[in-house]
Design a protein around this ligand. Structure first.
Ligand SMILES: *[C@@H]1O[C@H](CO)[C@@H](O)[C@H](O)[C@H]1NC(C)=O
Ligand SMILES: *[C@@H]1O[C@H](CO)[C@@H](O)[C@H](O)[C@H]1NC(C)=O
Length: 223
């Protein structure tokens, strides 16, 4: 039996691509491949490549349109055999469609809040908004997501805020019936959490000095 390692697929740029811009889906090949295929959900083989000597195969879409938005996988075949790899994990190509209006946003309570408060952020678009995503500036991925049964308003709660939750928040939405299209980001709200004095003997992390671990904090927030 031949060992065939699984490929992986990545997007470049990884997010925030608007309709009409270029994007590349890159299939990472752990072994020499004779053929590389890219599949889009709901379609036949989308593209293929013959005889790749490189360890990656790029599938580039120039001037993207709505048809390009969707879920993709790649797969390859070993040379001199009919042995195919498993498909990669799927990757979602979400394209920003600026013809959809940005969502509105509100923050409650509005003022500086103390540590431990539950804070609510509402995002709405009464005409199209079906799935809402909450973004925090400085985090590469959305930190919360909500799928609504009807078009309208999403309510995100950040329970027991800490100074690490301070920052600028915005929303986007996926229009009803278009899971791989995104509205533009809406305007922002700013959350400011005032630290309460540390309990005697307690040690509080100095979050402002943890610049390098910012992405780690984003990860923590999205749990
Ligand atoms: C897309 O790629 C083409 C060909 O490489 C280039 O001419 C064009 O400027 C690119 N468009 C954008 C929006 O980057
Ligand atoms: C925050 O929400 C949780 C869960 O609903 C609740 O148990 C807790 O009492 C709330 N805390 C404050 C400070 O309101």
């Amino acid at each position: 039996p031949v060992l065939v390692l699984r490929p992986s697929l990545s997007l470049h740029p990884s997010q925030g691509v608007s309709l009409g811009e270029n994007v590349t889906l890159r299939c990472h090949l752990p072994q020499l491949a004779a053929w590389v295929w890219l599949y889009q959900e709901g379609h036949q083989t989308y593209c293929n490549y013959k005889y790749k000597k490189q360890d990656t195969a790029d599938f580039s879409f120039l001037n993207t349109n709505r048809e390009h938005a969707g879920r993709y996988w790649c797969q390859y075949r070993l040379p001199w055999s009919a042995v195919d790899s498993e498909k990669s994990d799927p990757v979602e190509l979400v394209l920003t469609d600026r013809s959809f209006p940005p969502p509105s946003i509100s923050l409650s309570p509005e003022e500086c809040v103390e540590m431990g408060t539950n804070v609510t952020i509402q995002c709405w678009n009464k005409d199209y908004g079906a799935t809402f995503l909450l973004h925090k500036d400085g985090c590469s991925a959305p930190i919360q997501r909500q799928d609504l049964d009807v078009v309208g308003t999403a309510t995100f709660t950040i329970f027991g805020v800490t100074p690490a939750d301070s920052g600028t928040y915005r929303c986007s939405y996926r229009p009803w019936g278009h899971p791989f299209l995104s509205s533009p980001l809406g305007s922002n709200v700013i959350l400011e959490v005032t630290p309460t004095p540390a309990p005697p003997g307690g040690s509080q992390p100095h979050l402002s000095t943890l610049g390098a671990t910012h992405e780690w904090l984003c990860h923590l927030l999205s749990l």
